[in-house]
Design a protein around this ligand. Structure first.
Ligand code: DQA
Length: 166
């Protein structure tokens, strides 16, 4: 009986670690490679590398590795979302302009079913009307918008709370 108990506990631990990797995927959409030079009043002065470094630092503090990728191509972002299945515990995503148009990125987020948080540097509600609707944000656990690079940090912290069931 003791052996069976130990075996059960061991498989439980193994299953837990295999289904919840301590890794988070950060996805940046179009034009975010130009951060730092692109409209700093709206998007802040930090470059994408600086944002990624901040995410890595905060991730480490919370016990998660954060791997970040940027693409200007909608299909690539779909592939990135798909690649998260089984490999990442959660996704922090800024789909940029695709937030307002992309049914396929939305469908990808729904298909993988991994907890995701959407972030925006600018405040979508203080801008043009068409930015107030996010097709992608509506299928994430929540949206952080308007805190420049801080949106990424708060989004990551919220995501970790969700993953850890807090
Ligand atoms: C953005 C907001 C989008 O509306 C815009 O198209 C972007 C950046 C943001 O982070 O504020 O490219 O996603």
């Amino acid at each position: 009986a003791v052996n069976i108990y130990i075996w059960r506990q061991a498989t439980r631990v193994l299953t837990m670690t295999s289904t919840t990797p301590k890794r988070i995927l950060g996805i940046h959409g179009p034009y975010l490679n130009l951060l730092g030079t692109r409209d700093p009043m709206l998007y802040g002065k930090q470059t994408l590398d600086e944002i990624n470094a901040r995410l890595a630092r905060v991730g480490q503090e919370l016990g998660f590795d954060v791997a970040c990728k940027q693409s200007n191509v909608e299909g690539d972002i779909v592939e990135l979302v798909h690649s998260a299945r089984g490999a990442f515990a959660g996704i922090v995503i800024n789909p940029a302009g695709y937030s307002h148009t992309s049914v396929v990125i939305r469908d990808a987020l729904l298909a993988v079913g991994i907890p995701a948080v959407e972030v925006h540097l600018s405040n979508l509600y203080a801008r043009e009307e068409f930015r107030r609707v996010s097709l992608t944000g509506a299928v994430t656990r929540g949206v952080v918008s308007g805190f420049k690079s801080g949106s990424y940090e708060w989004g990551l912290r919220a995501l970790v709370e969700i993953i850890e069931g807090k």
